[in-house]
Design a binder for this molecule. Structure first.
Ligand code: ATP
Ligand code: MG
Length: 410
């Protein structure tokens, strides 16, 4: 350890930023629970293969972003870079196939070795959902509408756009891959070195490249929509029809592919122009082949994940805490009574700030600073008669209140 500070790309989350992050998570949980999703917590690290075999061996995550380490027993482990692989691993290892559909959500830290910048951290929080066992387009519509409702509840519906595309089924993908490879080969010299490798290993990945030279080539590439077979294009139409029905606005983006290998049919992203280059706040898609690929049989899947910190940055208003009551003892001899009164008020459900030192004036200043709405002032003479003073800090009005009537009065 060099200095007393946290590792590059990691942050201490506290105060207003933490309150916003908490609000993002509590809003998301409340929305998805209405759709029947239940929380699952999987371990923060898994066997490395859980990710390396399933996210795709040319994906950015697997090639350059994973935190892998060998533990003392010689096992290769990895800090989770995303949530889906771990949840599907749990689905299989816990035998959840018996009772389909399975609808789960998760939240927690993810780890990626990336270049830190605004909205891009090495430890960040994701909230995500996974629906397993429903292969029909209605599931896509439901899962996307859930994402939309969640952002609406956060007050962001005007700030985000739903981008959507279809990658089709395996046949469509093979169709498209052939056309794409032919096209990319005719522009081979213009591609980045990484994309030359991708062209050999996984040409679809070139579409997702962030390099300027690749983007130019990709702009003229064949369109995915022209390669969808009948079944796939009908599936996509049904998804869009469902979104229309619910009045959810979207933009069909023919260039949208997702960075991981496991996607098929619908892929989508909710983006904003308010975060610079880090515009994607929520992303997901259908992954019908993943469960089988991981050895769990033929079970369809669809889900999304959002970046909690990115969403929190979009919340303009501070998240207010409940205003407290300030309990203010005047003189040493009433300290014990003040402690008792604070305890009683807290048990009755109030947030109570109990100033620990200073004279009356100092404590009143403190009470205003914490934005208290009432002050309970406890003096020994009054106390002898069983009363305290309750001051309304907004109106300045004050009155004597019997101790046993205090909770009711406030
Ligand atoms: P990007 O293109 O920005 O790298 P991605 O495709 O790698 O995103 P996903 O794996 O789809 O991202 O993750 C879903 C969401 O998680 C993203 O839309 C984003 O909001 C958030 N996210 C991903 N990586 C980071 C990161 N390094 N720091 C903060 N949030 C992140
Ligand atoms: Mg990324």
């Amino acid at each position: 350890m060099e200095k007393i500070q946290c590792v590059r790309g990691t942050y201490d989350l506290y105060g207003a930023a933490k309150r916003k992050a908490k609000k993002v998570i509590s809003t998301a949980s409340a929305v998805v629970e209405k759709y029947g999703f239940e929380e699952i917590e999987t371990p923060i690290f898994e066997f490395t293969e859980v990710f390396s075999r399933n996210l795709g061996d040319t994906s950015d995550i697997v090639t350059k972003e994973m935190y892998c380490f060998e533990d003392r027993g010689g096992e290769s482990l990895t800090l989770r870079p995303e949530g889906t692989a771990g949840v599907v691993r749990a689905f299989i290892s816990e035998g959840m196939q018996q009772n389909l559909p399975v609808k789960m959500y998760y939240q927690g830290p993810m780890f990626r070795y990336e270049r830190p910048q605004k909205g891009r951290q090495r430890q960040f929080t994701q909230f995500g959902v996974e629906m397993l066992g429903v292969a029909t387009p209605q599931a896509d519509v439901e899962v996307i509408s859930m994402a939309y409702e969640f952002l609406e509840k956060l007050g962001l519906e005007g700030a985000v756009t739903v981008e959507i595309n279809s990658l089709g089924d395996e046949e469509s993908r093979n169709n498209y891959r052939e056309k794409l490879v032919a096209y990319l080969k005719s522009h081979y010299d213009e591609l980045s070195e990484d994309s030359k490798v991708r062209l050999e290993k996984n040409p679809l990945r070139v579409l997702d490249s962030k390099e300027e030279c690749d983007k130019k080539v990709v702009a003229e590439a064949p369109l995915y929509s022209d390669s969808l077979n009948e079944t796939s294009s009908q599936f996509f139409k049904d998804v869009l029809k469902g979104l229309d029905l619910l009045g959810i606005k979207y933009h069909v983006n023919n260039r949208l592919v997702r960075g991981l290998d496991y996607y098929s049919h619908t892929v989508f992203e909710l983006t904003t122009d308010k975060l610079g280059a880090q515009g994607t706040v929520l992303a997901g898609g259908r992954y019908d082949g993943l469960v089988a690929q991981m050895g769990g049989g033929d079970v369809a899947g669809i889900g999304w994940a959002c970046g909690v910190e990115r969403l929190a940055m979009l919340l303009e208003q501070d998240v207010d805490l409940a205003r407290p009551i300030a309990v203010i003892p005047v003189g040493e001899d009433v300290n014990d009574k003040a402690l008792e009164i604070a305890y009683k008020l807290r048990k009755a459900g109030f947030r109570v700030e109990h100033g620990y030192s200073g004279n009356l004036k100092k404590r009143m200043i403190k009470a205003n600073k914490v934005n208290a709405f009432k002050a309970v002032i406890i003096g020994s003479d009054e106390l002898a008669q069983g009363v305290v003073t309750v001051k309304d800090l907004d109106s300045g009005e004050q009155k004597s209140v019997k101790l046993d009537k205090l909770v009711e009065e406030i």
